[in-house]
Design a binder for this molecule. Structure first.
Ligand code: UGA
Length: 435
């Protein structure tokens, strides 16, 4: 199959590389000339494990290429995927669809007959209808079908998620489009990944409902963690105990400092806007959004309370800045609200992150960046683990205890136990655990 990806950001690039790895011929297009020039030289614009090698192999095999020229890239395609950004619109939280509609116009002008245009970007219900309307208006005589095919990739695990998905969702009721999409995903359903064909609107909703449900699960366990702290329970045990029930499931029950990233915060807000537009309030999701925002800010109070003294001019060490491990992404990272709260109390923050410091520097002008974890701990009033990078899972806790001014470890991801911290001479505070 000949596939064109419009947008070579996170989703377009990972999906394009994986499709080419299946043997399809893929062109990844982007308006950003610098990005395309770098990709042509093999430089990835994002950090994603395994991506650079996969891109290099498929470029070498002649199945993957990059271009700025949308018109010539879509001309012979069997499928054109729209994978452009849909950021929150400034001011009102609606998804900004201007990039999607601009892409639809350009595609319509150049694409040939018998092509499926596939929405891969996360878009509110009804966007597929509008894309179809735009295309029909510009190219009324061409046989073009519009389908929705949301992505469920996690940053840091995107290639594995793409190649071994729990499900593939395709929203189209058109038999020709269905056939092309089936051919594109053939390598996956041979791998026994179920393909779910639905209406276009249902597919669009599945994406938002999935993210909102996962955000709800996390927020639920975070609130249980607060209750555990108040009554003396252990949230890890509670999560294990409820997760063993298949109806609940064990994943996404890891309590922490609140969810962040480029998807959950943006998608939950956009879903609320859709619900508002259709006068069907989603009270549960509303509460999740509020609780998560409050939680991120509350983390600073938790740290300050544990230290329990005036922090003006005192050092606090932070390990991990990105919203989760294996990414350099700082968008809506819980570390941002935490650092704001600590700086407001007068503390001086020293921090280290294995991949996130380039993105973090401009966002955190007052933070002192160190090049390894132990320097962060030196003479600090406390060491706070904010993101659970593997590199932080086997720290020499005795050494840390010796370096800290006050031997206090705040583990916001529960990657250590009180027992091991105590043995090393550290006072330990986790999330939702007795201390
Ligand atoms: C999320 C979804 O998991 C993907 O399925 C979806 O495709 C993607 O959004 C998207 O819409 O593009 P992602 O944002 O990359 O993926 O990251 P997650 O692994 O889901 O983590 C999101 C946040 O939740 C992180 O801040 C993480 O630390 C937090 N989290 C996750 C928890 O606090 N506890 C958990 O148990 C799981």
């Amino acid at each position: 199959m000949r596939i064109t990806m419009i947008g070579s950001g996170y989703v377009g690039l990972v999906s394009g590389a994986c499709f080419s790895d299946f043997g399809h011929n893929v062109i990844c297009v982007d308006h950003d000339q610098e990005k395309i020039a770098l990709l042509q030289k093999g430089v990835m614009p994002i950090y994603e494990p395994g991506l650079a090698d996969m891109v290099a192999n498929n470029v070498k095999a002649g199945r993957l290429s990059f271009s700025n020229d949308l018109a010539s890239s879509v001309k012979d395609a069997d499928a054109v995927f729209i994978a452009v950004g849909t950021p929150s619109r400034r001011g009102d939280g609606h998804a900004d669809l201007s990039y999607v509609f601009a892409a639809a116009k350009e595609i319509a002008a150049s694409v040939s007959d018998n092509t499926v245009v596939v929405d891969k970007s996360t878009v509110p219900v009804g966007t597929g209808d509008e894309v179809e309307r735009i295309i029909r208006e510009i190219a009324p005589d061409k046989k073009i079908w519009v389908a929705s095919n949301p992505e469920f990739l996690r940053e840091g695990a995107a290639i594995g998620d793409f190649k071994r998905p729990d499900r593939i969702v395709i929203g189209t009721e058109n038999p020709e489009a269905r056939e092309i999409m089936q051919e594109i995903y053939r390598p996956l359903y041979l791998n026994q990944s179920p393909i779910l064909f639905t209406s276009r609107r249902s597919a669009e909703l599945i994406k938002y409902a999935s993210n909102a449900f996962l955000a709800t699960k996390i927020t639920f366990i975070n609130e249980m963690a607060d209750l555990c702290e108040a009554v003396g329970g252990d949230v890890q045990d509670v999560a294990r105990g409820i997760g063993a029930d298949n109806r609940i499931g064990s994943k996404f029950l890891h309590a922490g400092p609140g969810y962040g990233g480029s998807c959950f915060p943006k998608d939950t807000l956009a879903l609320l806007k859709t619900a508002e537009n259709f006068a069907t309030p989603l009270r549960v999701v509303e509460s999740v959004v509020t609780a998560n925002n409050i939680r991120k800010r509350a983390m600073a109070r938790k740290v300050l309370q544990a230290i329990g003294k005036d922090m003006r001019g005192q050092k606090i060490g932070l390990l991990g800045l990105t919203f989760k491990p294996n990414t350099d992404d700082m968008r809506d990272a819980p570390s941002l609200a935490l650092i704001q709260g600590l700086e407001d109390a007068g503390a001086i923050i020293h921090a280290y992150d294995p991949e996130g410091m380039v993105q973090a520097r401009p966002l955190l002008p007052n933070v002192i960046f160190e090049d390894e974890p132990y320097k962060v701990a030196e003479k600090a009033e406390a060491l706070v683990i904010v993101t659970e990078w593997d590199a932080f899972r086997a720290l020499d806790l005795k050494r840390i205890a010796g370096l800290l001014k006050t031997p206090l470890l705040l583990d916001l991801r529960n990657i250590y136990t009180e027992e091991e911290a105590k043995k090393a001479g550290l006072v330990y505070h986790g999330i939702g655990r007795p201390h």
